[in-house]
Design a protein around this ligand. Structure first.
Ligand code: PRP
Ligand code: URA
Length: 212
């Protein structure tokens, strides 16, 4: 099936390529891993915000009144637990007024299917810019479930921000959610038989929180 590849954006930037390399390196410890995830997340936030709509307002400078802008829609960040938590700080740096929901999903190691264990999102997200945060888009099972939940809660403008994506997961999200744009820092080669992304960076939750 043909998908709309405009809905899949990989940020092409030397700073990101260098930082993704640090994430991949198995010697990178949680302290640095978290700092790099935060930095890349801020760049993703800038890229995603390029599509936000503005409302024109007036602002008084010390000298005169002039035209200014404010965001038309509220912003809601929704990290997928656990690893998505590492992306929140970088987004909040650029969007400090954002509300934050949480979705708890854990992949079953045998079936690779996501098991839900927690959902809490703000009310009135129909018109908000909802940004789903999960560093790993592997089979796409977790991402797709999270998006279904957000749509059930009424969200209409959803983007998916990840760090590393596998082709399999990208295809699944584009097929099941043609209205959702995916932003990533790297597109990797494939999944292994255990559903890990190759070359990847390993288990993002474990590397973020030092639970290896
Ligand atoms: C990881 C990752 C995604 C999911 C991606 O979480 O953070 O949520 O796997 O895989 P998928 O695209 O095949 O669904 P995991 O289930 O390992 O939970 P954790 O963050 O709590 O370790
Ligand atoms: N989840 C991870 O944390 N890493 C992978 O490579 C795949 C799923």
């Amino acid at each position: 099936m043909q998908h709309d590849l405009r809905n899949f954006v990989i940020i092409d930037n030397p700073l990101i390529k260098r930082d993704v390399t640090l994430l991949r390196d198995k010697h990178t410890q949680p302290e640095q891993f978290r700092a790099v995830v935060k930095r890349i997340s801020s760049v993703l936030a800038v890229e995603i915000a390029k599509d936000f709509e503005l409302e024109e307002i007036e602002v008084d400078t010390p000298l005169e009144t002039t035209a200014g802008f404010e965001l038309k829609q509220q912003v809601v960040l929704v990290p997928v637990l656990r690893a998505g938590l590492g992306m929140v700080a970088g987004f909040l740096e650029l969007m400090p007024y954002a509300r934050v929901g949480h979705i708890g999903l854990q992949r079953d190691e045998e079936t690779l299917l996501p098991i839900e264990y927690y959902y809490k999102t703000p009310r009135n997200i129909e018109n908000a810019e909802v940004i789903l945060l999960d560093p790993m888009l592997a089979t796409g099972g977790s991402g797709s479930e999270a998006i279904k939940f957000l749509k059930k809660r009424g969200a209409k403008n959803i983007v998916f921000a990840c760090l590393v994506a596998a082709p399999e997961g990208v295809q699944k999200i584009l097929a099941e959610h043609p209205d959702v744009r995916i932003y990533g820092a790297a597109l990797d080669r494939e999944l292994n038989s255990k559903g890990y992304i190759l070359p990847g960076l390993g288990d993002a939750g474990d590397r973020t929180f030092g639970t290896l």
